[in-house]
Design a protein. Sequence first.
Length: 293
Amino acid sequence: MDNASSTPVAVIGLGLMGRALAGAFLDAGHPTTVWNRTAAKADRLVARGATLAPTVEDAFRAAPLAIVCVTDHDAVRDVLGAGGGPDGTTVVNLTSGSSAQARGTARRVDPRGARYLDGAIMAVPPAVGTPDALILLSGPRSAFEAHESTLGVLGAVTHLGADPGLASLYDVGGLAMMWGVLNAWLQGTALLRTAGVDAATFAPFARHLAVTVADWLPGYAELVDRGSFPAEVSALETDARAMAHLVEESEAAGINAELPRLMKDLADRAIAAGHGGEQYPVLIGEFGRPGPA
Ligand code: NAP
């Protein structure tokens, strides 16, 4: 285990997020080496006590823990270059990307003697350094445990498993949740506005439903994991009839009905496959395979 404030760290990439990460390490008292392609972005951090490395290789050599946060995985490839960090360095890549990119970067880094954790930051830069910054990490558990307290300076840090692609998958899975809830709320809001109900009036009702549905998830997850969907509350075909009302109301109101039609199409396919008498999460079968081209 590292020491919470004396472990040297390097931060490579000083965009909006990289500067926030380096600032959190400085605030916590860590000796912090920084590098950025455009060196001037390091000025304020240097004024706060950071050391500017002349080259990215120098930055990797300066600390046992190097955080990389650049635009995308092409930029990650550029900064890792032929090096990938000297022996013993733990590289924590907090650049957003896909699970395949994370696994590819891990394959390039690990054989070179560095250890690789891939990560995703589910927060905006001002939240970094507070418990509101959710930072997802995946890769070798030993690498995480070796630097857990130092990484904890950045926010609420969670290790998800040894597969380096997991952090990216949780990231996009979380985004699917976020956009799913927001799109459903916007659909309802658009409907209610046609009757003169403003968004602020509908919002508390929508929030109550979102929280109620969120509470169903643990029980529904058990059904999905068991692969058994007895209709104890309502059958999918009952949901599908209500979906038809949503489609009809949306069309009649002259608002966008694409999302309601998509929901109904998914349910109709599962019903056609013989699942109409089962509970809603039986739709995992539709989500778990490619849809129609
Ligand atoms: P940004 O402000 O645009 O900064 C991008 C950084 O990448 C800069 O330091 C830039 O260097 C560097 N860079 C780009 N291409 C490079 C290359 N080929 N070689 C070396 N360095 C290169 O972006 P950001 O907001 O800090 O985001 C960084 C990462 O964090 C992204 O993957 C983003 O998705 C993720 N993230 C951001 C937020 C957010 O709210 N900002 C939230 C969650 C996750 P120069 O200064 O020289 O251009």
